[in-house]
Design a protein around this ligand. Structure first.
Ligand SMILES: [Zn+2]
Length: 507
């Protein structure tokens, strides 16, 4: 992604078309200017935030209806949906969901294909797991004999493969899309890019196709597997690992909901029940090969947005959520497009980028507060881990076991007492001057965007230090807790609708 930071146009309006500024760095004059503007905005916003902090469980009004906060018990249930996931899964060196992504994976290279296969295998494994063997909620509506017979809906897989010209010649790109219920007309989408940026070795031979960069310099390197060893942990291995975790941890609850809906539709005499489903998009080719321009960047997202704009699908009737017999394009059913980028380091600071999705930003902020109260926030998980490490360094583990446990408990309490910001990742600020990223082709076609990217960028951004050392697994765990709860609450996974409990818009 790239900061949009030209002096002449510091404001990005939703849906506005503009020429990209090619300045390739997070720090500029415009940014400072924006900070000043932000101060004023945050002062105004602070007034309403006081109310939201004191009322983190208040329902949120969304374009889809009312979104309720989970109970503390539900919150703990959702965040403990780990099986069959490895507790060490976000370790950047060995973790099952993260380590396989931590390789240079420039678009068009063999490594990029390896990472695609890893992602495909993850969903294939979910499709093979038989229902009921996860620790996710058990469907207790309906009788058991029926439950045993049911087969898995699984995840629908779409591979959007195409070729496009780059400064290094023609390259192949592949977007991967996984949809829980491909028949559903509406979707909650989570997206991240899986490619990594190409950095030519300084003394590499000149590019065989003789291309020039913007300054008229001949390009070095082959634009592929001779790249410097940039493993791009935050950019965006960690966001991809979070998406994989969401799919695995929510899978059982999604299956149960689909069965509950099928039964409900049958009772009501409908042919099938159209619902909002969950979809994951893994973009290829987000990074520029040379300089960030309108043509050298966002290869995958530009292609997919065009593809979906042309695709005709049954249109949802908003009043009932069911097919009204007419058609629309495949973008119109996206209720919310959540794009994750540059996550995994401590202390991110994420403002609200778009007014139309401020409800979602605020709701996630309220989830952070509730997780904090349940001691499940990433900042707390990390503080506790650091304290434990400190204790071990002081040889406290040599003391009697019981005493040690007491000491651990006391220190954990202390960690929580010391830092009580409640929400630590999202801020109440509204951002002016957007960050260019994979959401843009969708934004310009009218899709509501929630952009989860820190401002300013992590200090390791686009350096070789954006590697395993920069990643804090506890921070990643904190993020996945947040998005699990958001998805469960948005899709009403814990308390599926029944005929006695209709959706708000059916009343
Ligand atoms: Zn990048």
């Amino acid at each position: 992604m790239n900061n949009l930071s030209s002096m002449d146009a510091p404001f990005i309006l939703q849906g506005a078309t503009r020429t990209l500024d090619s300045h390739h760095g997070p720090h500029g004059h415009a940014r400072k200017n924006n900070w000043r503007r932000m101060t004023l905005v945050s002062t105004i916003l602070a007034i309403s935030v006081v109310a939201s902090v004191s009322n983190a469980s208040a329902p949120t009004l969304t374009p889809r209806g009312t979104m309720h906060a989970s109970s503390v018990e539900d919150l703990e249930k959702i965040t403990s949906w780990a099986s069959p996931l490895d507790p060490n899964r976000f370790n950047p060196y060995t973790g099952s969901l993260l380590a396989p992504l931590m390789i240079p994976r420039v678009s068009g290279t063999a490594n990029n294909t390896l990472v695609q296969q890893f992602i495909l295998d993850h969903f294939a494994a979910l499709n093979q797991t038989s229902p009921g063997d996860g620790s996710a909620p058990v469907d207790d509506s309906g009788d058991n004999s029926q439950k045993k017979k049911r087969s898995k809906h699984g995840w629908h897989v779409e591979q959007d493969r195409f070729e496009e010209m780059t400064p290094y010649g023609m390259k192949t790109f592949t977007n991967l899309i996984f949809t829980k219920n491909p028949k559903a007309t509406n979707r909650l989408v989570f997206a991240a890019h899986f490619d990594s940026k190409y950095f030519p070795p300084p003394n590499a031979p000149f590019s065989p196709n003789g291309a020039l960069d913007r300054m008229g310099q001949r390009l070095r390197g082959n634009g592929g597997d001779d790249t410097l060893p940039f493993t791009a942990g935050t950019d965006s291995a960690v966001p991809c690992a979070i998406l994989l975790d969401l799919a695995a941890s929510l899978d059982q609850a999604l299956e149960d909901q689909m069965w509950a809906n099928t039964n409900r539709a049958a009772q009501a005499g409908w042919e099938e029940d159209e619902e909002t489903t969950l979809q994951f998009v893994f973009f290829d080719g987000e990074e520029a090969f040379v300089d960030w321009t309108a043509t050298d960047s966002l290869y995958g997202s530009r292609h997919l947005a065009e593809l979906w704009a042309k695709r005709t699908v049954p249109k949802v009737r908003l009043a009932t959520g069911r097919n009204g017999g007419s058609t629309s394009n495949n973008l119109e059913g996206i209720e919310l497009f959540v794009l994750l980028d540059l996550l995994g380091v401590e202390n991110p600071r994420i403002p609200s980028y778009f007014g139309t999705t401020q409800w979602a930003h605020r709701h996630i902020l309220s989830i952070e507060e509730r997780l904090w109260q349940s001691k499940l926030h990433g900042t707390q998980l990390l503080a506790n881990k650091q304290r434990r490490a400190l204790l071990q360094a002081q040889n406290v583990e040599e003391r009697a076991g019981e005493e040690e446990e007491d000491e651990m408990d006391r220190l954990e309490e202390e960690a929580i007492e010391i830092e009580t910001p409640l929400h630590a990742y999202l801020t109440e600020d509204a951002a002016y001057g957007g960050v260019d990223d994979d959401h843009r082709p969708f934004l310009h076609k009218g899709v509501p965007i929630l952009h989860i990217i820190p401002t300013p960028f992590p200090h390791v951004w686009h350096t070789l230090q954006d590697d395993a050392k920069a990643i804090k697994p506890e921070v990643v765990e904190g993020w996945t807790n947040i998005f699990r709860v958001f998805t469960a609450e948005y899709l009403q996974l814990l308390h599926p609708r029944t005929r006695q409990n209709p959706r708000h818009d059916e009343l």
